[in-house]
Design a protein around this ligand. Sequence first.
Ligand code: SAM
Length: 224
Amino acid sequence: MLYLVPTPIGNLEDMTLRAIRVLKEVSLILAEDTRTSRKLLDHFGIETPLKAFHAHNEHQVTDFFAQAILAGQPMALISDAGTPGISDPGFLLVRACVQAGVRVECLPGPSALVPALVVSGLPCDRFHFEGFLTHKKGRKTRLKYLATLEHTFVLYESPYRLLKCLEELAACCGPDRLACVCRELSKLHEEVRRGPLTDLHADYRDHPEKVKGEIVVVVDRKEG
Ligand code: SAM
């Protein structure tokens, strides 16, 4: 069995009882950053051995781990924070396990996506999750596509690129399109700002001290 185990995105109280039990019971935990995860696991008294599984080695080690699980070694995959596979490594291992006939289970738990979407006050009956926008060729085309969506969309963004992102969104979606910037969800300095894209851009431009931490941007759908 492979377990995908979500871990807190900021508040340790969001670790579930089941996540702790599963992480104690498996024979190996695959972690994005073993040092970061060791601190979390120590906090919960989890002594299970850790092995690295991250964007730089997942192509090389995926089949090895899938075969080891198939041979009878239950494992859990965790990322630095949130749900593995959501803008984090996970997909390749899940696919390899599914193809090999290994049972895969994902525990429900923390992710930045859902709280941001729900707290935004924007329609959340349907939504599109974009994750991080590409910095490469095709970014403009992608932004133009997002602007046409008839449902709310969600972006992950770094503080270094928030202003540029809001500016580009305002240019593609129009300055009055409503949006919501969620920073530091579940942490001490959590902040949620809602308003037209152009106002949000001006706000953060005028308060650079606020442009820090981890950020999710939620943008309203195109009016039908
Ligand atoms: N797997 C994670 C999840 O389930 O949300 C996402 C990992 S991705 C590498 C990290 C990005 O998630 C951050 O750059 C930010 O956009 C978002 N994020 C993670 N924690 C957050 C938090 N506490 N508040 C706001 N955004 C957060």
